[in-house]
Write a protein that binds this ligand. Structure first.
Ligand code: PMP
Length: 439
């Protein structure tokens, strides 16, 4: 496949944009380096790059593009908003309509506030939890990504109940020491951390279904126990549903009864929830919300300050409303589930035929492919997978016009625009990729 223009553009990008990309996850560093593909157009399930190559897109912009690119209902809503002016700096009726829609789908949200990104949403839930509890420490889980604010870019210390170390330069150790990182799906590790730090802990922050080291389900009863223990210590539970909200059904993971678990997540409501991605219909957005008395900490009602010039802008809100309206159509999630099921099983069978060890974790219309022969239930197991095999697979798929995220930790996302033919083509491409990897 000729990608001359992408290569030329990458050279130009490197001279003007740091690292040539506006988000490090877009670089090909984790898959052997070189120029990332520069896309110029997206329509439905497809992308076209600057050299006019077509790709089937399973990146879906890291989650938001669940309707496919340029969905007509969303496009029309954005155009309508643009004609009326994209930013007022005043309240609008649209914001109320959108808040209502989100609250109906996620009933733990008594009150919401719109922001501009998942990062902002998460960052503010932490501030609100600290304001409400008067405590400063946060417990989070290894491998869960919560955006790039200081507190959540902290890795585990040397043991489950040691203080964190910064994951990025520029984060003072004093801030990292406010964070404790424990392994996901290990209730004993959380218990140990709470025994040691629980009375200083403002909140436990978790992706209820992990989307950032592949798709990883909570073990049966894990979230229930997590919520119970956290509350025993007077701390708040924060669910980061930036990926999970509206991904598996019309609602969030916390309202999802259809999990392949023996139990369900119902009745384990968090105190605060962070949202983003899908709810913006492809425009920048984030939102956070939760219990009334907790949310009333937020200015202008309470002492916890959070603001935003762009927050709740009519363009993002209109796109979000249109996206949720389209998702609410009957059959949407059944379609995503069916497409992902046939794709995941096709890829799994192809890998098995060629003797490539592959663990696939699938939940509804999202799944992850881990090059290993063991289950992946936590970050350590996700790390213990073959990155070189993933890189080879990624490149062989790209050459055949299949666009995946350039990291072994990222999920494949189905959109309602994908067709059975796309799935067939992708399975055939995977078959060829596995054959070449074994050759
Ligand atoms: N939380 C989770 C679970 C995420 O996956 C992400 C982004 N991948 C974020 C927060 C941050 O969102 P944003 O990139 O919109 O700031």
């Amino acid at each position: 496949m000729n990608r001359t223009r992408s290569e030329q553009l990458y050279k130009q990008a490197l001279t003007h944009i740091v690292g040539g990309v506006n988000s490090p996850s877009r670089s090909f560093k984790a898959v052997g380096g070189g120029a990332p593909v520069f896309m110029k157009r997206g329509q439905g399930a497809y992308f076209w790059d600057e050299d006019d190559n077509r790709y089937i897109d399973y990146l879906a912009a890291y989650g938001p593009i669940i309707l496919g690119h340029a969905h007509p209902h969303v496009t029309e809503a954005i155009c309508r908003a643009a004609l009326n002016g994209t930013l007022y700096g005043t309240p609008t009726e649209l914001e109320i309509e959108f808040a209502r829609l989100i609250k109906e789908a996620v009933p733990s949200l008594d009150k919401v506030r719109f922001v501009n990104s998942g990062t902002e949403a998460v960052m503010t839930t932490i501030r609100v939890a600290r304001a409400y509890t008067g405590r400063s420490k946060i417990i989070k889980f290894a491998g869960c990504y919560h955006g790039h604010s200081d507190l959540v870019l902290v890795a585990a210390g040397s043991g489950p109940s040691t203080l964190g170390i910064p994951d990025s330069a520029g984060i003072p150790t004093t801030i990292a020491h406010e964070v404790i990182t424990v392994p996901f799906n290990d209730i004993e590790a959380l218990k140990a951390a709470l025994e040691r730090w629980g009375h200083e802990t403002a909140a436990v922050m978790v992706e209820p279904i992990v989307g950032n080291f592949g798709m990883v389900m909570p073990k049966h009863g894990y979230l229930e126990e997590l919520c119970r223990l956290t509350r025993e210590y007077g701390a708040l539970v924060i669910y980061d549903e930036v990926i999970t909200a509206f991904r598996f059904h019309y609602g969030a993971a916390q309202t999802f009864a259809g999990l392949p678990l023996s139990g369900s997540l119902l009745d384990v409501e968090p105190d605060l929830t962070a949202l983003g991605k899908i709810i913006g219909g492809g425009l920048p957005i984030g939102a956070y919300g939760g219990r009334k008395e907790v949310m009333e900490q937020v200015a202008p009602l309470g002492p916890a300050y959070q603001a935003g010039t762009m927050a709740g802008n009519p363009a993002s809100i209109s796109a979000g409303i249109a996206c949720l309206q389209a998702l609410a159509e009957p059959g949407t999630y059944a379609k995503l589930d069916k497409l992902a099921a046939s794709l995941a099983s096709g890829i799994g069978e192809a890998a098995a035929r060629h003797g490539v060890p592959l663990t696939i974790n699938r939940i509804g219309g999202a799944f992850s492919t881990h090059f290993c022969d063991h289950p992946v239930t936590n970050y350590e197991e996700a790390q213990d997978t073959d990155g070189e095999q993933f890189a080879a697979f990624f490149r062989l798929m790209l050459e055949q016009g299949i666009c995946l995220a350039p990291s072994k930790y990222e999920a494949w996302f189905l959109t309602i625009a994908h067709t059975e033919q796309d799935i067939e083509k992708t399975v055939q491409a995977a078959e060829l990729a596995f054959r070449q990897m074994k050759a």
